[in-house]
Design a binder for this molecule. Structure first.
Ligand SMILES: Nc1nc2c(ncn2[C@@H]2O[C@H](COP(=O)(O)OP(=O)(O)OP(=O)(O)O)[C@@H](O)[C@H]2O)c(=O)[nH]1
Ligand SMILES: [Zn+2]
Length: 356
């Protein structure tokens, strides 16, 4: 089997990167990309449309293993010469994650090595500027670049009604495209993000148009789409699996199930990106522990008073920051518990079996 980089570029390997160099620590190893994750192992690919099963290293299966040490969809792995056993995950350049739904806090890894996250939002009753900001915060923490795609342009009478709510994005440099996801000519504006060696992921609520966009990019009916109930614009949940799809544009797309519950993972930053200006402003108050209530010299209240900041935006920032802080705290506690537990297990093994 030749490890020609041309096939790997179609599944997202950067054409300029040397495969031999990346695999140098594992002599004889082969390159493959994770396209799906199953309870019993991983599904990998070495070229478009290809897929085969491989075993995870034993260490990954331990329940307390660091989830980030295990491979996720989008990861590049070193595979043994027989093509059956994963040896290691190659270093990642991006990792998209969120807090897992449910009450027990856990980070959920969504996809690795993504160049662009296409955040899809329909210009319909489901449009929500705050949800878009929350998504953008998660994306900014991943190392991938966000691209905002506002779909259903053909059905919406007044796009400015929606884009006008995105003033916070104005100076962010985040590209925004309003388009009809069904029209190949309009969707072509996204091609520059989907060139050979590039990987993109589509995120957004159910019914936003992710499958429709995928179909248009592919030029075929690959993903099944279902109708949206017009009244409330809630889509039926139609995407059921994660898959890596090679595109005719040369790059590839990773399709994830609609992320409806978006909890911050704890790793998001406020001192850069969308909220940077606000974060800096809050640091300019006379008192360092200012609660931004009615203290003298409060920069936040001054900005609100002068109309440079709305109370609503400020409250949304506080809410997101509280959420990030509490996720970060739970995460830190969890990591301490995990460390304590693994120390306890080590002691137990030592007591039982002696020094090893
Ligand atoms: N007219 C029009 N309809 C669209 C557009 N984008 C999506 N739709 C329709 O909206 C509905 C939902 O679109 P999907 O592509 O299935 O949405 P999705 O984001 O893949 O949804 P999930 O798979 O549930 O996550 C379908 O009936 C699409 O035909 C658009 O730009 N214009
Ligand atoms: Zn203040």
């Amino acid at each position: 089997m030749s490890e020609a980089s041309v096939d790997f570029a179609a599944i997202g390997w950067p054409p300029q990167a040397s495969i031999a160099e990346a695999l140098a620590p594992w002599p004889g190893a082969r390159l493959a990309r994770v396209v799906a994750q199953h309870r019993s192992g991983y599904e990998l690919a070495q070229y478009p449309g290809h897929s085969f099963r491989a075993q995870a290293p034993a260490g990954w299966l331990r329940p307390r293993a660091d989830p980030e040490a295990r491979a996720v969809v989008g990861d590049w792995v070193a595979l043994d010469a027989a093509g059956k056993q994963i040896l290691a995950v190659l270093p990642r350049h991006a990792l998209l994650k969120r807090a897992a739904a449910g009450e027990h806090y856990q980070q959920q890894l969504i996809a690795a090595n993504i160049d662009h996250v296409l955040l899809v939002s329909g210009m319909d009753a489901d449009f929500n500027a705050k949800r878009i900001e929350r998504y953008l915060l998660l994306i900014a923490a991943s190392g991938a670049r966000p691209v905002l795609v506002l779909s259903k342009l053909d059905k919406c009478g007044d796009p400015a009604q929606y884009t006008g709510q995105l003033a916070a994005l104005a100076d962010s440099g985040i590209p925004v495209y309003a388009l009809n996801a069904k029209d190949p000519a309009q969707v072509a504006v996204l091609h520059p993000y989907l060139s050979p060696g590039k990987s993109a992921v589509l995120v957004g609520s159910s019914g936003a148009g992710k499958s429709t966009l995928t179909n248009t990019l592919l030029g075929v009916e690959k993903m099944k789409t279902q109708g949206v109930r017009e009244a409330d614009a809630k889509g039926r949940h139609t995407t059921t699996h994660r898959a890596l799809i090679a595109l005719p544009q040369g790059g590839c797309l990773i399709d994830t199930p609609g992320m409806r519950e978006l909890k911050l993972s704890g790793d998001e930053r406020f001192d850069e990106g969308l909220f940077a200006e606000l974060d800096e402003l809050a640091g300019q108050c006379r008192f360092s522990d200012c609660s931004h209530g009615n203290e003298p010299g409060c920069a936040v209240q001054a900005a609100i008073g002068e109309g440079r900041l709305t109370l609503e935006r400020y409250q949304h920032y506080c809410k997101l920051k509280d959420e990030r802080d509490s996720a970060a705290q739970t995460l830190a506690e969890r990591r301490t518990q995990d460390k304590a537990l693994s120390a306890k297990v080590k002691r137990h093994v030592k007591d039982k079996y002696g020094r090893r």
